[in-house]
Write a protein that binds this ligand. Structure first.
Ligand code: ZN
Length: 338
């Protein structure tokens, strides 16, 4: 484990995590997956707002033949109508894009991901929860994070459904739960529950978080990271944003809708932050590739496209402002079960 403190300056570029060319091929496979998927299913189901149960909404946008709507009751943005949970399970099991993503994007960048994502994430958790205890990581994949956490004194458990991920996690000595938390009757057990980039994919985010609340020990916490629909990158790119990717992302939370849902369930929300690094770099790439021509602001366009000798430093300053303004696309919310 590298000794990087959470206060040390990190510079993360998109290319460190997503090799050029691989992303383009992934997007082609994704389009084919979606076409095959739409032909294979009987239809989509209309659902009430997963956050507040309201049944009225307005159109937010359309992509890949799916509609995104904004709930009239609470402002939550979600895909509606949407595939059934069973159809989604089938989609992931057969997705060529998902398999390619694992092999050609995650695989070759694993060293960078450990250094740039896993290590800072573990340092954050260890700074935030110095007493440690029991930790359940939901959607842990191959359990890279919690197997490192175990070495620092946590008593860890993972949860995932994917067979190769489960085998890899167990190979690292991490005990695994392999069913949705909603069907496991767990009560007052975990000091920490985490969902890192998981909630956007789930058919029933409210039921999942209710089960987390039950499974949390009294005084325990939940940490959630998720794309922020109100971030700078979304404001600039709109529906072109790569995080708008139905049917994979069913839910688009914001710094207001996720805390509202957690509070409704009984949690006390303690932190709402957007500690992202990639927004300005992503917008710059979108402009350089011609995906968009302007951010809508001449000042921002100048900073983002500048080739001046100090331009990279200026963009880092801008990224810091984006993150501190709760405008990064990477949202982190922490809440406590009292
Ligand atoms: Zn709602």
């Amino acid at each position: 484990m590298e000794n990087v403190t959470s206060t040390e300056k990190l510079v993360i570029k998109r290319v460190d995590l997503k090799p050029i060319g691989a992303v383009e091929h992934y997007n082609e496979l994704l389009q084919k997956d979606i076409q095959d998927f739409m032909l294979s299913i009987d239809g989509l189901e209309q659902v009430d707002c997963p956050v507040c149960r309201s049944n009225t909404s307005k159109l937010f946008g359309e992509k890949y033949s799916f509609k995104l709507v904004t709930c009239d009751g609470c402002g939550f943005v979600f895909i509606n109508p949407r595939p059934t949970p069973a159809a989604m399970e089938n989609y992931y099991a057969n997705s060529k894009a998902s398999a390619y993503f694992q092999t050609n994007i995650i695989g070759p960048t694993e060293g960078n991901r450990l250094r740039l994502i896993v290590t800072p994430r573990l340092n954050y958790i260890n700074d935030k929860f110095p007493n440690k205890g029991t930790w359940l990581d939901i959607g842990c994949s191959t359990a890279t994070l919690i197997s490192e956490a175990k070495k620092t004194g946590w008593q860890v458990t993972g949860l995932d459904f994917e067979k190769t991920a489960i085998a890899a996690a167990e190979g690292k000595g991490v005990p695994m739960l392999t069913k949705p938390i909603e069907v496991l009757d767990i009560q007052d057990q975990y000091d920490l529950i985490s969902l890192f980039e998981v909630l956007e994919h789930l058919s029933n985010p409210r039921e999942t978080l209710e089960a987390c609340f039950k499974a949390n020990a009294k005084g325990g916490s939940i940490v959630i990271t998720i794309p922020n629909i109100e971030g700078f990158e979304f404001e600039t790119l709109g529906m072109e944003h790569s995080n708008i990717c139905p049917p994979s992302h069913l839910n688009h939370f914001s710094p207001s809708t996720l805390p509202k849902l957690l509070t409704d369930i009984g949690y006390e929300v303690t932190d709402i932050e957007t500690p992202g690094y990639l927004d300005v770099d992503n917008v710059r790439n979108a402009m350089l590739s011609g995906k968009i021509t302007t951010t809508g602001s001449k000042l921002l366009d100048t900073i983002i496209l500048s080739d001046a000798p100090n331009a990279a430093d200026e963009r880092e300053v801008l990224q810091g402002i984006v993150a501190r303004s709760i405008k990064s696309g990477h949202l982190r919310v922490v809440a406590k079960k009292k």
